[in-house]
Design a protein around this ligand. Structure first.
Ligand SMILES: Cc1ncc(COP(=O)(O)O)c(C=O)c1O
Length: 382
């Protein structure tokens, strides 16, 4: 995206300009500290993220893919998962969710989502468990910022004895309607582990790559921390053959400037979602659900479905009128060349969604009046 359109999809310079003084101060703090790996910025960031999530432990790591991968590697290292165990994952997720499973020597069990919420369902979990006795874990992906957690999912997870790692790359600050396994409701702390991405385009984005693991388990947090630091628990003592996947303190410092705004920004995004939903009346367009409980979706993306095979035509129609859009994601992971050999059952919902979905601008810097104007342009399309 070049940011020059009348209605840009996402203008990161504008998003970050709201934090400019704080970001400069944070950068100076790190430069002056002389501490460029680990240290006070990282531990303060971890404490603040854990507080936001109402969980006892957070570990800063290099990015969201590594956060997921480290959780699986930690479960393998501590004997909770074995090579080849199945992990249920929604098939319409971003490819990183599936890469993490495969790269940890586990087997992705791809499952169709509910087309209304775009998220994993309890029925999908039950079906996957009934088909594979080696299914040991599930990865609810809170896609587009909407929490994939309710009483039925909680019951399915518990009755099948699954480990739960949430892919919370897109839903920082969201709150589930139902309690998680440890009694709290914050996305990323509902299951045994939550993986966060702070890629610059995320609701809370670093100025580079960043990620984190949040958990209620000190054992898991310690294993993740060691694995992300060459497998070392204390200096020059390596209990695992680990990786180097640490969060840089410069990014921790940037994130500390922005993270207090997570819920406020989500509320701003909600206003834009409401504006779109109120204005769009085009019968070819299926609008996303807006729940009365504001906080169960932090609107990382506002995704419409365009019926009758007209998605690409609408995308082009909007582009001609200065509206930048995007598609999350045009090719599902199982249809990517790298996963040509992957075993999976039929995934009709995922495959038809990939041809229908269209993401409209919804950053907290998109004026509400722009959302309404874009909605009116969409109504002119037939
Ligand atoms: C759903 C989902 N999972 C995982 C990731 C991976 O995060 P990262 O880009 O920080 O590796 C992303 C973000 O790109 C994502 O959107």
């Amino acid at each position: 995206m070049n940011g020059k359109a009348r209605y840009p999809f996402l203008d990161l310079a504008t998003v970050n300009s709201r934090y400019l003084d704080g970001l400069h101060r944070a950068a100076s703090r790190v430069i002056d500290s002389g501490r460029y790996v680990g240290g006070e910025e990282c531990s303060s960031f971890e404490r603040e993220l854990a507080e936001l999530c109402e969980a006892p432990c957070a570990v800063g790591v290099s990015n969201g893919l590594d956060a997921l991968r480290l959780v699986f590697l930690a479960w393998r290292a501590t004997g909770k998962l074995r090579e080849g165990d199945g992990v249920i994952v929604p098939a319409n997720t971003y490819i990183a969710s599936v890469l993490a499973i495969v790269q940890a020597g586990l087997r992705p069990v791809l499952t169709d989502p509910d087309p209304r919420t775009f998220n994993l369902t309890a029925e999908g979990i039950e079906k996957a468990c009934s088909e594979g006795s080696d299914v040991k874990a599930v990865m609810p992906v809170h896609l587009y910022g909407r929490v994939a957690w309710d009483d039925d999912i909680s019951a399915a997870v518990t009755s099948n004895g699954l480990l739960v790692v949430e892919d919370n790359a897109q839903a920082i600050g969201a709150t589930a309607r139902s309690k998680g396994l440890f009694g709290t409701r914050t996305a990323g702390a509902l299951g045994h582990a939550g993986a966060f991405s702070f890629y610059p385009t995320k609701n809370i984005g670093a100025l580079g790559d960043g990620g984190a693991v949040v958990t209620h388990s000190r054992e898991l947090a310690e294993a993740v921390r060691a694995l992300a630091n060459y497998g070392s628990d204390t200096r020059y003592h390596n209990i695992y053959a680990g990786l180097n996947c640490r969060l840089d303190p410069i990014q921790a410092a940037m994130l500390r400037e922005k993270m207090p705004d997570a819920r406020h920004n989500a509320a701003r995004r909600f206003e834009r979602a409401v504006a779109y939903n109120n204005v769009i009346t085009n019968p070819r367009v299926i609008k996303p659900l807006i729940s009365p409980q504001v906080t169960d979706c932090v609107w990382h993306q506002y995704v419409i479905r365009v019926t009758d095979g007209r998605r690409d035509a609408l995308k082009e129609f909007l582009a001609q009128r200065g509206v930048e859009t995007d598609i999350h994601y045009p090719v599902p992971p199982h249809m990517q060349p790298c996963f040509a050999g992957l075993n999976h059952g039929p995934l009709p919902v995922t495959e038809s969604l990939a041809g229908e979905i269209l993401s409209l601008p919804i950053s907290d810097c998109t004026p509400v009046t722009d959302a309404a104007a874009i909605g009116r342009i969409i109504n002119e399309f037939n």
